[in-house]
Every structure is written in structure tokens, then in C-alpha cells.
Design a protein around this ligand. Sequence first.
Ligand SMILES: O=C(O)CCC(=O)C(=O)O
Length: 264
Amino acid sequence: MKIARYQAHDHADDIVSALVNNGVVVVETLLEEAVVAGLNTDLRAEFDREGHLYQNSFNGHKTLRVGGLAKYSDHFATLLMHPIVLAVADAVLKPHCEVYQVGSTTAIEILPGEAAQVLHADDTCYPSHLLPFEAQISALWALDDFTEENGATRVVPKECELTDPEQVGDEHIVQAVMPAGSVVLYLGSTLHGGGANLSGGARKAVVNTYCLGWLRQEENQYLTLTREDVSAQPEAVRRMLGFQAHGPYLGVWPEDPDGLWFES
Ligand SMILES: O=C(O)CCC(=O)C(=O)O
């Protein structure tokens, strides 16, 4: 079993087909080295300051996490709005909503000695069994080379036809081994989890999820970001962060029914 792999120059339709058919796809080396280096620099202080606050049995006790990424790095928007990710979101989510939006924005540093994370589907934050279509996608960007030893994300491709993590054996799991700057894209229903870090170094990533615009966001952007944080973003980024209405009636703000809440 393998994860289909593509390059930046490949056609977005092929990437979308691979994702829809098998629940996961890797696109290699999409980010310039300067963007990866910039994110690693910008996020370092936050990993060290607040990374431990997210530690628990699900996230791991040797893993650092940072949320609300829009406020920590100017490079974040490059990942959030990457055309290949948006092409995938257009294909998977847009048929089921007026606009899609970010679900969560998280940086993850898996430290040496961390065990493999429990396999899970990200869309379990919704009653997704009620929906006959995908409610979200995830784009997990490698900020270090991802190897089998340092905890490359473990994924259960759809060809296994397994939805219950209890039924998954090692033979069903593939790891998203990829160079820094690459992205692994997976559906909200795809079983996956962080890998065990058996190496001597850290494995860092940024994972952004995108959900249907009529769903509540997993990470509460309205409380995570200040008005100033939001105002500092370009309009397209503000909207993707959820500062927009969904159609004419959902999420409206009386003074600004078009959702340009922080324009002035
Ligand atoms: O770090 C990873 O590779 C995956 C993390 C993940 O799936 C999660 O925390 O939901």
C-alpha cells in the first residue's frame, strides 16, 4: 500500500482524484525553503512558551502544540491559501456550502520519545455520520523532513475500507514520508495519527483543517484571535479564518451583513 505522490507542477485534478479515491495524497516540496525556515523561526518561541499546554493522552505528553497560528507568522497565509489546497477544498467542500472556512490551525512538534498517536478521523468533532459527504479536509505541512523514524503521519488509505481504528493492523498503515515543505492532504473521514518519534530530533508540522462554512469551527477563531490580529490579515485570509457570513442568513453581523467585519 502506498500514498499517491505528486509534484507542484502536477494537475490539481489528478491530486483531487487521488485524494477522493484513497483518502490521502502527498504533494512534495510545495513550499520554498525560506517559508519553511521562516515558520520554524516564528513558531519556536510559541512552541517553547505554550506548547506544553496542549499535552494530554490524545495529543501526547512529548508533543508541543501551538494554535491560532494566524497571529504568529506572516508565512502562515502562504500555507492557508495555497492554490493546491484551495483547489482540493473547492472540489471536496464547495459543492456542499456557499463558502468553506478554516476549522483549526495548529503547529505540532513531536519530540524524541513520543509514542504513536491513536488513530482517529478529524471529522469526529461533528456528527459526520449524519452527512452523506465529507465535512472537512486537512492539510498537514512538513516543517522538517518526515521520516519513518521521526514520526511521519500514519494514515489508513481508503482502499483498506476500514473506519474503526480498532480493526486497523500495522499492515493497513502507511506513513507520509516526505521532505520538508511538502504537504499530506487527507479527508476528514480518513483515519490517521502522528507517528512515534524514535529519532534523536523533533518532527515539526503545521496542520490546517478546512470545513464547510455552515459548521462551527473546531478552533474558536473569534476568541483565539483579537480584532487587531484579524484586521492585520488580507481580506481573503480573514474570510478563510471564518470572518465572513455563510450566504445571506448565517453568521451575519447587523452592521456588516456581507461579513467584512473588520474592514474599517
Ligand atoms: O502530527 C501528526 O502527524 C498528526 C496529528 C493529528 O492527526 C492530530 O493531532 O489530529
